[in-house]
Design a protein around this ligand. Structure first.
Ligand code: NDP
Length: 300
């Protein structure tokens, strides 16, 4: 392990709220590694900000909203996960034997969610899964749920149905072209109105409901009728709070889903995978989640 601290950063706009420095500093402390992890606001082009970090010795970075697509186009090499998601949330500077340098882009969001769902004993295998929202996060999580989650089928519902359809079509095309990387499974796209008119019963329901909309940030619920919650076994909100409950998970609990969780474990999970890409060591999730809950609670 080198004595001089490794320079890392997270890029986004806004960025002040980011918890990534605290998570990575905790990982590094557990391992006795020296790191400097900065928050960097991207006010102009992502490429300019990234080039500056790497010109000053940066070894890697994370990328958050709204720069994940720009980062995808900036890197020279992409992991399969990044190619499927069409977005990059982690970059590693790679020094080749001939002295040349290139940048590897990864997307750890989907696997971060998957590892958290495993930790929480989510009954994904052969489950019917409903994903609410079709933004950047959904792009990363849908392929992982289909491929590693071995779900029976997956439905994306979104206010703007064209975005859900776009993810569905791209995912199906990718699976057809790369069957080793992405298993072909039934996938549907709907708006909320078309789910509203469906009867929900023993034969027509979802087992797992994942909220990947940004509604919980504003304390709002998606327009999903209660019957869907009453028939589901597991609910997960990508948004997180100090208490571990969001307006969505509380609603799900009230309607009988005891297994309702927020997304802090996903946040820590995606960070752990980024750390592994940079340093070759996968940090432990449980102590980091516990630490971050305390940090969040102290901030309130
Ligand atoms: P985006 O802004 O890309 O997408 C937001 C989604 O929410 C879209 O599908 C949008 O629908 C939907 N939405 C927003 N307002 C409404 C509304 N009034 N009614 C119905 N739908 C609405 O965000 P991300 O995908 O990046 O993030 C989504 C959530 O996931 C956020 O809460 C974010 O904090 C969280 N997240 C958590 C992570 C973690 O590690 N725990 C990682 C990444 C994200 P439309 O397309 O119609 O606008």
């Amino acid at each position: 392990m080198s004595d001089s601290p490794a320079l890392l950063a997270v890029f986004g706009n806004p960025i002040a709220h980011s918890l990534s420095p605290l998570i990575h500093e905790f990982f590094a402390k557990q391992e006795g590694r020296q790191i400097i992890y900065e928050k960097r606001l991207v006010a102009g082009e992502f490429a300019t900000s990234a080039a500056e970090l790497f010109a000053h010795g940066g070894i890697g970075c994370n990328i958050t909203v709204p720069c994940k697509v720009a980062a995808f186009h900036w890197v020279q090499e992409k992991t399969e996960r990044a190619l499927i998601a069409q977005a990059v949330n982690t970059i590693k500077k790679v020094q080749k034997e001939d002295g040349s340098v290139h940048y590897l882009g990864d997307n750890t969001d989907g696997l971060g969610l998957f590892t958290d769902l495993q930790r929480l004993n989510c009954p994904l295998n052969n489950a019917r899964v409903l994903v609410l929202g079709a933004g950047g996060a959904t792009r990363g999580i849908v392929p992982v749920l289909l491929h590693l989650g071995q779900v029976q089928d997956l439905t994306i519902v979104n206010r703007t149905v064209s975005k859900a359809e776009e993810i569905m079509i791209y995912t199906q095309q990718f699976a057809m072209a790369h069957p080793d990387a992405l298993t072909i499974r039934p996938i549907e796209a709907h708006d909320y109105a078309s789910l509203e008119v469906q009867e929900v019963n023993e034969n027509n329901h979802y087992d797992v409901i994942i909220n990947a909309t940004s509604l919980s940030m504003r304390g709002e619920l998606p327009a999903l009728k209660d019957d869907y919650f009453r028939h589901a076994k597991f609910a997960y909100d990508l948004f997180y709070t100090p208490q571990g409950q969001t307006v969505f998970t509380e609603h799900a609990r009230q309607l009988g889903i005891d297994a309702s969780f927020d997304g802090l474990g996903m946040l820590v999970g995606q960070a752990a995978l980024a750390y592994e890409l940079w340093f070759g060591v996968r940090p432990e999730l449980a102590p980091t989640i516990e630490y971050m809950r305390k940090v969040l609670a102290e901030r309130v």
